[in-house]
Design a protein around this ligand. Structure first.
Ligand SMILES: Nc1ncnc2c1ncn2[C@@H]1O[C@H](COP(=O)(O)OP(=O)(O)O)[C@@H](O)[C@H]1O
Ligand SMILES: [Mg+2]
Length: 243
């Protein structure tokens, strides 16, 4: 089967410094891929390149076998939704924040209302619909951010450390909800985190990124139980903490 996304000879450089170097990488349809690595490893750089937010220095990205590296059209970008650690919400109500993408797509008002109501309910924030975004707690704001991403029914959902700023109970509840939503919708998901607990819970496949290079990729359990020489320095630190 053709992978949903294929990356070939991807290079991101800042001046002469290589930030990311990925010779070949596939993401399968329906996969929940975790990307783990230390600070500064290039995780966000990878997400930005994959989601077409930033053009790589070199290399190609294929979507369903088609080279989309130079296709930075609205139509292509709309296949992807990105949620980051700090939700950048607009200074308006929760409803409007979730509705904005659909309004920009000129959907009829009744359809906008219906879809927004559906996703507010899914993320258990229906009661916040009329609340101003500035008054939300961190957990509520991240729920709005994720609802705003999912309402667009993306082909790929990119999550860049979306739970890192949340306190533990808030994080656990949101992890449970997002897991069930991803499973129900079968959304292909790329999930960046430096937290092994989050990754074990959510990601079926795990890629270890260090110094801009993918050191190991495979089923999450397998990578964690048998890290190779390159990945083990990082993974064993985590394991020693958890055991
Ligand atoms: N625009 C840039 N110019 C120069 N260096 C950058 C730029 N963006 C990121 N970097 C550097 O690239 C490396 C990877 O950054 P990033 O992808 O944000 O890492 P991560 O998300 O894994 O913490 C870091 O060393 C960072 O300082
Ligand atoms: Mg980052």
């Amino acid at each position: 089967m053709t992978p949903l996304i294929t990356v070939k000879n991807l290079e991101v450089r800042a001046g002469r410094k290589s930030l990311l170097s990925i010779p070949h990488f596939d993401i399968q349809s329906g996969e929940v891929l975790g990307i783990m690595g230390p600070n500064g490893a290039g995780k966000s750089t990878f997400i930005k390149a994959l989601s077409l937010l930033e053009k790589p220095t070199q290399g190609a990205i294929f979507f369903k076998g088609e080279d989309i590296s130079n296709d930075l059209t609205l139509e292509m970008r709309r296949k992807f939704a990105v949620a980051m650690q700090q939700p950048l919400l607009l200074d308006t109500t929760v409803f409007q924040n979730v509705a904005i993408g659909l309004k920009l797509r000129n959907l009829p008002r009744t359809e906008v209302r219906q879809k927004v109501a559906y996703w507010l309910n899914k993320f258990q924030i229906s009661h916040l619909a009329k609340k101003q975004a500035v008054h939300l707690s961190g957990g509520e704001a991240q729920r709005v951010n994720l609802a705003r991403a999912m309402v667009l029914e993306p082909e790929v959902l990119f999550l860049d450390e979306p739970f890192s700023a949340l306190d533990f109970p808030t994080k656990v509840q949101l992890l449970k909800d997002i897991k069930s939503i991803i499973e129900q919708t079968k959304t292909t998901t790329v999930f960046v985190s430096h937290d092994l607990m989050e990754l074990k819970y959510l990601a079926g496949t795990l890629a270890i990124l260090m110094d801009g290079e993918l050191k190991q990729t495979g089923p999450t359990e397998e990578v964690l139980s048998s890290p190779n020489a390159s990945a083990s320095t990082f993974i064993n630190d985590w394991k020693s903490l958890l055991n």
